[in-house]
Design a protein around this ligand. Structure first.
Ligand code: NAG
Ligand code: NAG
Ligand code: NAG
Ligand code: NAG
Length: 394
């Protein structure tokens, strides 16, 4: 073999070697990095070591969490200096919060992803161990910490969360904040129906979030939607117990980003406090809600199946005799059926200052004790199409 041929053979081999390296996916097993699956030994450092390692190479990486229980303290997976935009968490085990709620209950979040791009979380259970804190809060004793969100995705994009379960969070279970293109598929949330502020999934200041095939039973909203949410899609959701799917509360402060282009499709509410709700504070605000579609919802004994409440003022504090400044428009309710646990199955209580406009009811069939339910309207303008029962007050 002459020199030129040798050189080209060597370069070909090198090329093959490097392209195979590039295609390879590296796996980091948290146990090999020092995590213990006994639920008692703090494994936070091992998880962070896995994250830092996964962030370094240019090829994709998988962080593997085998079966077992892993105790984690507050932890932030920061993507700021991460060079990898394809990191997968494959979780077979359960991540557990410290048994003493004071250990992580004073910080906002328990497990947080911040500034990440291209993270996928497959499987896993998060056990927030919130019951002690709920008891503390319900006993009205002073000195209970606020409580931590179990999983927060903040300032991130291209995130997939698939087949994850969250149980007994101290506060909200999952929060999506200032993020883009976040996809939650087959996520389950479980907490007691009387646990305080344990919203299932909260989305705020984010766009392009989709939530599909979720089963949520909790003590507050199954899904809540905060200011600045845009292009949100929710489909095939089971909710109950809980307070329903809620856009709001909005308009607590004056300067607020609006909520727009929200779709809720094929949902079932079982024994919930509300079904499809839009809720705003009775306070001045420049916020808005527009272009919302609620389609194909089934109510099984929901207390307020369809409700717009613009007079929210808990304890009549900070808002007596004020009206909401949030403008609600272009909201469609199509194919909504089932049973209401109260006589008024459809309630539109809008702002006298900014009445709701272009509210559409299309094929609604809601009963109360096997009889037609009733509807009530205040400061609302819109139309009804096809068969609508209770007969529309629009
Ligand atoms: C990301 O990594 C996974 C394996 O970990 C691989 O199957 C997938 O093709 C990668 N995606 C991209 C866009 O590189
Ligand atoms: C979520 O709940 C559904 C219905 O109970 C179940 O079929 C599914 O396996 C659960 N998914 C996870 C990730 O636990
Ligand atoms: C509304 O949001 C959906 C995703 O939920 C998106 O596909 C659609 O393009 C958005 N529409 C507008 C007008 O932005
Ligand atoms: C409407 O919802 C029901 C159950 O909630 C589901 O079986 C059905 O496929 C949905 N229809 C459409 C058109 O999505």
């Amino acid at each position: 073999m002459d020199n030129t041929r040798m050189i080209s053979v060597i370069s070909l081999l090198l090329l093959l070697f490097f392209s195979s390296l590039k295609a390879a996916s590296v796996e980091y097993n948290v146990i090999k990095l020092g995590a213990k699956s006994n639920g008692k030994t703090d494994s936070t450092k091992a998880f962070l070591k896995a994250w830092t390692s996964a962030c370094n190479p240019v090829h994709s990486a998988t962080i593997h969490v085998p079966h077992g229980r892993y105790l984690l303290n507050n932890v932030v997976f920061n993507g700021q200096d991460c060079k990898n935009s394809n990191i997968t968490f494959r979780i077979e085990g359960t991540l557990v919060a410290p048994s003493n709620y004071n250990a992580n209950g004073k910080s906002q979040d328990w497990i947080k992803f911040k500034n990440v791009d291209g993270v996928k979380i497959y499987g896993g259970t998060l056990d927030g161990r919130g019951t002690g804190l709920w008891t503390c809060k319900k006993s009205a004793s002073k000195g209970c910490p606020h409580g931590a969100t179990s999983l927060k995705i903040g300032n991130s994009k291209n995130v997939v969360i698939q087949g994850l379960s969250s149980v007994n969070s101290q506060m909200f279970h999952i929060v999506i904040h200032e993020s883009e293109d976040v996809n939650l598929q087959g996520v389950n949330v479980t907490a007691s129906g009387n646990s305080p502020n344990t919203d299932g999934i909260h989305v705020e200041a984010s766009k392009g979030v989709t939530i599909t095939d979720a089963n949520i039973g909790t003590g507050d909203d199954c899904i809540s939607i905060g200011p600045g949410t845009k292009n949100l899609w929710m489909e095939r959701i089971n909710c109950g117990p809980g307070h329903g799917i809620s856009i709001g509360s909005l308009g607590k402060v004056f300067n607020e980003e609006g909520v727009q282009n929200v779709t809720v499709k094929t949902v079932t509410f079982t024994g919930t406090q509300n079904g499809l709700r839009i809720k705003t504070w009775a306070r001045p605000s420049n916020g808005f809600v527009r272009h919302v579609l609620f389609e194909n919802a089934t109510m099984i004994n929901a207390e307020n199946p369809v409700i717009i409440d613009q007079n929210y003022c808990p304890g009549l504090q900070h808002c007596p005799s004020q009206v909401s400044g949030v403008k609600i428009s272009d909201v469609t309710y199509r194919s909504i059926q089932g049973s209401s646990a109260t006589e008024f199955a459809v309630k539109f209580d809008c702002s006298t200052k900014k009445p709701c406009s272009r509210i559409i009811l299309d094929k609604v069939h809601l009963t109360y004790e096997n009889k037609p339910a009733r509807s009530s309207c205040a400061s609302v303008d819109g139309s009804a199409y096809n068969e609508v029962q209770p007969s529309s007050c629009l």
